[in-house]
Design a protein around this ligand. Structure first.
Ligand code: GLU
Length: 316
């Protein structure tokens, strides 16, 4: 009797395991939904992320949503708090988070995420009224340094610092790109920082009305920034990138990177990347940067570990 009980219990366990494996085995890596943390409505993360979300949902048959946020710093927090599975982040911000340095030094290192793919250059753009011709002239002006939770704000701080300036020299606001455009139009701010792909929808919208220029980061200042923070590279914004801005400007750029929670399996992340690369032409209809995706640039300039699924997809 006792023996029978042991055998039948063992059978129940075995059947449960087999059934469980069949139900969850191949699919275990697929969460109930996938949330992609992006940025503000008038930025590039949101446009790119929304197009990507739509494609992933169709191809993977799981609900996928693009979440709006303040930007890179908030996106890392969303991953950390389990409120997003995938996120866009600047490569400087993701590295500070991984190392627990700079603006992450108080909360400490967050290691439960990895890089999936480097996407495109994010250009540190400083949009100003026409009468302002250089960064030093921002002294005493009202300036939006980026949204709360943005990576833009750190770039603003570092660029100002390269000019020997700080928040005490300005009247600082924290506005999203969209809110910056509205405040600029209403005469409430004179300039705003915007680290994003070019053209950034918010700037295109504003530039079309004239009266704006892009301020350059001078040669010596760019060199000192890069020597202190190696995430920066030099970048030119060609004349005509925005309607009404015909002069070329010179500045610095960081790199937009797709990062993922380590809770996602190797198989799932490699499948997500396969879909991203297969659909690049389709996503490029929304954001041209997707057309430039390549396996080489996807793994270049990424100082934090690649997710095993990204290694599988790019390196094997
Ligand atoms: N890189 C920006 C940030 O983290 C966001 C850019 C965008 O929304 O396209 O602040």
């Amino acid at each position: 009797m006792r023996k029978n009980l042991v055998i039948s219990s063992a059978l129940v366990v075995a059947v449960t395991l087999i059934l469980g494996y069949r139900i969850f085995g191949a699919q275990s890596s697929l969460p109930a939904k996938i949330r992609i943390a992006t940025g503000g409505e008038s930025g590039v993360y949101y446009a790119y992320g929304s197009a990507f979300a739509e494609i992933l949902e169709k191809r993977m048959n799981v609900p996928v949503s693009a979440i709006q946020s303040g930007g890179s710093v908030e996106n890392i927090h969303l991953l950390r708090n389990g409120r997003a599975e995938i996120a866009f982040a600047q490569n400087d911000i993701m590295t500070y988070a991984y190392e627990g340095t700079n603006l992450f030094s108080t909360e400490g290192a967050f290691r439960d995420f990895s890089a999936a793919a480097g996407l495109y250059p994010e250009v540190c753009q400083i949009v100003a009224r026409r009468e302002i011709t250089g960064i030093p002239e921002l002294r005493g002006r009202r300036v939006s340094v980026g949204d709360e939770g943005s990576g833009t704000e750190l770039n603003a701080l570092q660029i100002l610092d390269a000019y020997g300036m700080s928040y005490t020299d300005l009247n600082v606001d924290h506005l999203s790109f969209g809110a910056s455009v509205a405040a600029f139009r209403e005469g409430k701010i004179d300039a705003f920082f915007c680290t994003a792909g070019v053209p950034t929808p918010a700037i295109s919208e504003l530039a079309a009305g004239g009266e704006v220029r892009l301020l350059s980061v001078g040669d010596a200042h760019a060199r000192s920034l890069i020597s202190q923070y190696p995430f920066y590279s030099r970048q030119k914004i060609p004349g005509g990138a925005y309607p009404g801005i015909d002069d070329e400007s010179a500045t610095v750029a960081v790199k937009a990177t797709l990062v993922v929670s380590n809770r996602l399996s190797e198989q799932l992340v490699s499948e997500i990347l396969k879909n991203l690369f297969e659909a690049r032409a389709e996503i490029a209809r929304t954001r041209a940067e997707a057309g430039d995706l390549s396996p080489e640039s996807a793994v270049d300039g990424i100082p934090i570990p690649l997710h095993p699924g990204a290694e599988k997809y790019f390196l094997k």
